[in-house]
Design a protein around this ligand. Structure first.
Ligand SMILES: *Cc1c(COP(=O)(O)O)cnc(C)c1O
Length: 377
């Protein structure tokens, strides 16, 4: 049998080994060195953001966001049910309650109408996630947030550098987060970033990342000693990871171009099969997305498992995605819903993601397409 086509494969950038060797040969392997500065500047330029702090993960950046917003018991956060557990963990850790709402089936993104219904006197913030880098409905969500004076936090793990017309993803919320886990478009093994878009939060974010000390100010020569000034933890990314990240970010345009080529072939070459099979292909409004993932929405729940098995038998690893948080054991413990989230459940049970990574060859892409086309409902 031909080689198995994995669902995803971490990108290998040209300069990462050389960068790593530079760090290891130096006397500076902890964070905040030359590669941290360079990678942060690249993310800032890609995102059009003023303040970028590299972190140990996106989960930790979300945790920082929850602490920066001073969430605590009695507070409520409105967030999507169809997302990864990270934002929910970050909020639950503070003792605040999660209010999960349903999605817009066009994109899988949080539905602004349901946000408006869920906001109450205890609501402290709205958390959103741009699924596949498809922008959430920012005008509508922004209007709800302004009406109630609520900050927005963007989990932008999928959407680094996505141009959403009048702004770039990651600059819409007061705080936004990126992931550099090795399943993401650009990676450092593990890693993340916090984009601080409210200048009033920058100093505290820096202190929080440096174990509650003002070491960053000390390193810039702004204070002559550093001490413990606030609550913090060890959220700073190691220079070793930053060295890999910097090299990957250097090739960002090429990575995106190669991922987009695969994405475009799926969208074009699977269209007829999808039409005949009543399958819906991923349909990004205005064509805006991050080429992070490509999905099919099968016409029934039962067909999700069937096509995944069919593809696996042909050496193609496809997979489902998030199990809605509201129906998960921890979601039931830390959160609540206004009503059953039928659309999240339906979306989750019909969705199938195809392999997508920057190094996929034309042949491999063709094999995935032919394996999908050979599935008869
Ligand atoms: C990958 C991912 C995360 C977690 O990122 P880490 O860097 O592994 O913590 C969070 N949210 C979303 C939407 C993700 O896809």
């Amino acid at each position: 049998m031909e080689d198995v086509i994995p669902f995803s494969r971490p990108f290998r950038s040209a300069r990462e080994l050389e960068n790593l060797a530079t760090v290891l040969a130096s006397d500076h392997a902890h964070g905040d060195g030359r590669f941290t500065r360079s990678a942060s500047a690249r993310i800032a330029a890609l995102s059009d953001a003023d303040h970028v702090l590299l972190t140990t993960s996106c989960t930790h950046a979300l945790e920082m966001a929850s602490y920066l917003l001073d969430l605590g018991p009695g507070d409520e956060i409105v967030m999507p049910s169809f997302t990864f557990a990270s934002a929910a963990n970050a909020v639950a850790r503070t003792g605040a309650t999660l209010v999960f709402v349903d999605l817009d089936p066009t994109t899988g993104n949080i539905d602004p109408v349901q946000i408006a219904e869920a906001v109450g006197t205890a609501t402290k913030a709205i958390f959103v996630m741009h699924y596949g880098g498809m922008p959430v409905d920012m005008p509508a969500i922004g209007a709800v947030a302004r009406e109630h004076g609520l900050p927005i936090v963007e989990d932008n793990a999928h959407g680094l550098g996505v141009d959403a017309g009048d702004r770039t993803l990651g600059t819409f919320g007061v705080l936004a987060t990126q992931s550099f886990h090795d399943t993401k478009n650009v990676h450092s093994g593990e890693g993340g970033a916090l984009l601080v878009n409210d200048p009033a939060l920058v100093d505290r974010a820096e202190i929080m990342r440096e174990k509650g000390t003002n070491r960053s100010q000390f390193l810039r020569g702004e204070v002559d000693k550093y001490s413990w000034v606030d609550w913090g933890s060890s959220y700073l990314l190691s220079e070793l990871n930053a060295a890999v990240l910097d090299s990957q970010l250097e090739e960002f345009d090429g990575i995106q171009r190669r991922r987009l080529e695969v994405w475009d072939r799926y969208a074009t070459e699977l269209a007829d099969w999808a039409g005949e099979s009543s399958v819906r292909l991923m349909l990004p409004p205005d064509g805006i997305h991050a080429a992070h993932l490509f999905y099919l929405l099968m016409p029934s729940w039962e067909l999700q498992g069937r096509i995944i098995r069919h593809l696996r038998e042909r050496g193609v690893i496809a997979t489902f995605h998030y199990v809605p948080l509201d129906s998960s054991p921890a979601g039931r413990r830390f959160g609540r819903v206004l009503r059953p989230l039928d659309r999240s459940e339906d979306f989750s049970r019909r969705l199938v993601r195809l392999p997508l990574w920057a190094g996929m060859s034309e042949d491999q892409t063709t094999r995935v397409i032919e394996a999908v086309q050979s599935f008869r409902l």
